[in-house]
Design a protein around this ligand. Structure first.
Ligand code: NAD
Ligand code: TYD
Length: 345
């Protein structure tokens, strides 16, 4: 089976490609990525010469390029990870989110319609449902996105369902909770805190730190997406929740303890770096997913506990400190200082 994986040089995409090449010997992958600040071919160094893998640089919103690629390659399945993925950046400038997340998805759907494929898996997010104080979102909950990021992802989901209903494009959508693990760009909570703790820099917690996220180890998500590629029903949505809800401040405390333990440092010294900063505008209070559907239909449930996953993640960042510094050089430094100097912090 031949897969087009878009955004495969990013965090979840690179983990997915590595997982598929290991677990699915009959699947070949073309990885299409624009290589934005978040895309890094170093994330796939170990598989770059794999006989069932090929990289192509390009933009999913470039209609001509996408049409040529589909014409040449005859894909069986598309897995669309490519996106602008960071809420904070979408608050600073929403335009690239509309271009990639909305227009890019529509260009891919159009190519899927024209050239024909067996399945189009759209990688979406729990953030499209908005925030929930109590209880959990199911796949039929209304979409009430809060940020430009989540609004662009919700728009993409609606386009996917429209292309399914109107043109019969064989779409399936996954909506996962917050992922964490190796190769995550250190602008997101967990890798940012690990990096700053390693460097003795401040640990910026938004607002009171009471906001709740449900954490999913990235490999568990890769397993779920693989099951959806194989057995997910066309026209359906599948929630993929980690079942590990924590307040942000609890995550930061846990990370201080883990980093301290592994570095032979005092966790109290690291916790002194925690700084409560001005809250993110429109900050969703809590995300929580009901994953009964994927559990019952596809037999999936998460297998890595938060404690185990965080320990593995901290180990990986400790062993890959040069990777962290390389990916945050250049454009990212400008963004980081802009957010600190002019942003809401
Ligand atoms: P990421 O930012 O690490 O990677 C995104 C990748 O997409 C990068 O390699 C980037 O170069 C590429 N890309 C961006 N614009 C492109 C374009 N126009 N054409 C081709 N490639 C382009 O993101 P991630 O965290 O790996 O997220 C992957 C997907 O999963 C996204 O669709 C995101 O919305 C979704 N998601 C992420 C999380 C999470 O916690 N990280 C949770 C739920 C859903
Ligand atoms: P993030 O990793 O950006 O994911 P998302 O906003 O998409 O869930 O943030 C996770 C949570 O951590 C969110 O509630 C915002 C908070 N946060 C901080 O408190 N400090 C930070 O420096 C960052 C990046 C996030």
């Amino acid at each position: 089976m031949k897969l087009l994986v878009t955004g495969g040089a990013g965090f979840i995409g690179s983990n997915f490609i590595r997982y598929v090449l290991r677990e699915n010997p009959d699947w070949g992958i073309v990885n299409l990525d624009k290589l934005t600040y978040a895309g890094n071919l170093e994330n796939l160094k170990d598989v770059e010469t794999h006989p069932r893998y090929r990289f192509v640089r390009g933009d999913i919103a470039d209609r001509e390029f996408i049409n040529e690629l589909f014409q040449q390659e005859h894909f069986d399945v598309v897995v669309n990870f490519a996106a602008e993925s960071h809420v904070d950046r979408s608050i600073l400038d929403a335009s690239p989110f509309l271009e990639t997340n909305v227009k890019g998805t529509q260009v891919l759907l159009e190519a899927a319609k024209t050239y024909g494929i067996q399945k189009f898996v759209q990688i979406s997010t729990d953030e499209v449902y908005g925030s929930i104080k109590e209880g959990q979102f199911t796949e039929t909950s209304p979409l009430r996105p809060s940020s430009p990021y989540s609004a662009s992802k919700a728009a993409a989901d609606l386009l996917c369902m429209a292309y399914y209903k109107t043109f019969g494009v064989p779409v399936v959508i996954t909506r996962s909770s917050n992922n964490y693990g190796p190769y995550q760009f250190p602008e997101k909570l967990i890798p940012l805190m690990i990096r700053n703790a390693l460097q003795g820099q401040l640990l910026p917690v938004y607002g009171t730190g009471e906001n709740v996220r449900d954490w999913l180890y990235v490999e568990d998500n890769c397993k779920a997406i693989t099951l959806v590629v194989e057995q997910g029903r066309i026209g359906e949505v599948y929630n993929i929740g980690g079942g590990e809800e924590r307040k942000n401040i609890e995550i930061v405390m846990l990370l201080c303890e883990l980093v301290a333990e592994k570095m032979g440092k005092s966790s109290e010294d690291l916790k002194k770096l925690i700084t409560f900063v001005k809250d993110r505008p429109g900050h969703d209070f809590r995300y929580a997913l009901d994953s009964t559907k994927i559990q019952n239909e596809l037999g999936w449930s998460p297998s890595v506990s938060l404690e185990e996953g965080l320990s593995r993640t901290v180990d990986w960042y400790l062993q890959n400190r040069e990777w962290i510094e390389r990916v945050v050089s250049g454009e990212y430094r400008e963004y980081y200082s802009r957010v600190y100097e002019q942003g809401w912090r």
